[in-house]
Design a protein around this ligand. Structure first.
Ligand SMILES: [Zn+2]
Length: 211
């Protein structure tokens, strides 16, 4: 059914109002073809977000996810559309394939992207003693780094004009520690060795412990 749905859309103009995911899904997306970011209702719950969580935890959770998708995506300045990851930049603000950066920017970008690639290629997933493929996970790693930085800076900005809340009872952690603790928590999980190997060979995302 899903495949049929995709095939039926070939050669038709992009439907910009189409929902690409069900509301219950716990995930978030950036779609270069429509230049949109999608947060299904399902991700707006713990551990990503809760209205009773300290803000530090929400910024370290859903805040990082929002920053991640923005990094894949776009920043509209004066009708220009700056896309930051290695594929986003190939699309213009309408979602059409059109590289609009000048060559000097591309060279500089590739230089910095190589840095991320080398960094992740040096990481080993301890569980199976296997190296991360820094090339195939590059776009996602760029989004992870961009997202974490943006969310942390946004939290510090929020903190600068709001009183810092009391520490949680029985939890001897600062707000900064809670931010990073919840960030770690969103990638907490277990997988068996076979799944870990499959993930390293096929996924565009680095595995949880590396993220
Ligand atoms: Zn992503």
């Amino acid at each position: 059914m899903y495949q049929k749905d995709i095939l039926e859309r070939i050669r038709h103009p992009v439907d910009r109002d189409r929902w690409v995911a069900g509301a219950a899904l716990v995930n978030a997306f950036y779609s270069p073809n429509t230049n949109e970011i999608i947060f299904p209702a399902g991700i707006l719950q713990p551990v990503f977000y809760n209205k009773h969580f300290p803000r530090s935890m929400n910024y370290g959770g859903i805040g990082v996810v929002i920053g991640h998708e923005i990094t894949h995506g776009s920043d509209k300045i004066k009708n220009k559309c700056a896309k930051f990851d290695d594929r986003g930049r190939l699309y213009d603000n309408k979602g059409n394939i059109r590289q609009w950066w000048d060559n000097a920017t591309v060279v500089k970008f590739e230089e910095k992207a190589k840095c991320i690639e080398d960094q992740y290629s040096s990481y080993v997933l301890d569980q199976i003693s296997m190296r991360i493929n820094g090339r195939s996970t590059k776009g996602e790693n760029i989004a992870d780094n961009g997202g974490l930085k943006q969310a942390y800076r946004a939290y510090k900005k929020y903190e600068s004009f709001h009183p810092i809340p009391q520490q949680l009872p029985g939890v001897n952690l600062t707000q900064d520690q809670l931010f990073f603790l919840n960030y770690a928590q969103i990638w907490c999980g277990v997988m068996n060795d076979k799944e870990a190997v499959r993930k390293l060979r096929t996924s565009e995302h680095s595995p949880g412990p590396i993220r």
